[in-house]
Design a protein around this ligand. Structure first.
Ligand SMILES: [Fe+2]
Ligand SMILES: [Fe+2]
Length: 296
């Protein structure tokens, strides 16, 4: 019997998000016996988009596959990198000629033997930018993933509406092993295993600073709601939290045995005693330079 423990990490926001992954992920992987890590990286570069350099950093911190969302092309230089690196995914149901790919198969060393794991990234259409039908895109992608020998399929559905997330999760139950939502930056408490064996959670939440409004400093966002006037939405600099969900999967049946929410605080910024902050060196990283006025 081959067991796969797969960690899905929600939207990594800016330098605080990168930092908590660098400092906490290695220990988490060791303690929980995790075999494979997927993280949504759409907010990793100054809060919007991902650069080749920052994608490389997340991969070097122990993430195996990177998914994306509506901010995917905000740093357009990622397009060339995405076309050549299979670990870097974008939603499969974007425009047909988008660079890169929406799914890939990874060889994973599980407990009891190796397994082929498919990762599929999709984006929603309710309160979201234009995209093709995620349901039909999932049908096509699953056919391709099976043809490539995927024994377990993990889906990151990047969407706003919980109804759309539940609908696609239910639609894919019996055909995927794990289905997690991203984009809202707020974790939900509805983790469960569906009758067909799909582990499900509506949103795994953000990996970034929670003393914030979905990762941004509070004051400019409140100002914008009160006045309608733009103001740069800078990344908050408070304590970060790594948020995700851990899926325990039987690779032989493709069924999920259990889903557990994961939340790990990075207390490094609060000058903890040395014994609590020694497990990982602080990352070789720089603060977020960029801010922007547009959507969060
Ligand atoms: Fe998003
Ligand atoms: Fe996001």
């Amino acid at each position: 019997m081959t067991t796969l423990k797969i960690l899905a990490i929600g939207d990594v926001v800016g330098q605080p998000g990168r930092s908590v992954i660098c400092r906490k992920l290695p220990l988490l992987v060791k303690e929980r016996g995790i075999h494979f890590v997927v993280a949504n990286c759409e907010n990793v570069a100054g809060g919007a988009g991902v650069t080749p350099k920052l994608a490389g950093r997340l991969l070097s911190y122990g993430v195996h596959a990177l998914t994306n969302g509506d901010h995917v092309w905000r740093k357009v230089e990622i397009a060339a990198k995405m076309a050549e690196d299979r670990r870097l995914l974008r939603p499969a149901n974007l425009a047909e000629d988008s660079p890169g790919r929406g799914w890939a198969v990874f060889e994973v060393a599980g407990e009891g033997g190796p397994a082929r794991v498919g990762v599929l990234n999709l984006i929603g259409r309710v309160y979201m930018p234009r995209a093709e039908c995620p349901f039909r895109a999932a049908d096509r992608a699953l056919k391709a993933l099976r043809a490539e020998g995927a024994q377990a399929v993990i889906v990151d559905f990047h969407a706003e509406a919980s109804s759309e997330k539940q609908a696609l999760g239910r639609y894919l139950d019996g055909r995927v092993s794990a289905f997690f939502g991203t984009h809202t930056h707020v974790p939900t408490a509805d983790e469960q295993v569906f009758p067909g064996g799909a582990g499900y959670i509506t949103d795994v939440g953000m990996t970034g600073p929670y003393e914030s409004i979905i990762g941004r400093l509070c004051e400019p966002v409140i100002y914008n709601f009160l006045t309608g006037l733009p103001k740069p939405f800078r990344i908050a600099e408070s304590q970060a939290r790594l948020c995700g969900a851990l899926f325990d999967i039987d690779a032989e049946t493709g069924r999920c045995r259990g889903v557990t929410r994961v939340a790990v605080d990075d207390r490094y910024r609060f000058n903890l005693p040395p014994e609590e902050s020694r497990e990982v060196e602080a990352p070789d990283d720089e603060p977020d330079k960029e801010s922007h006025h547009a959507d969060i």
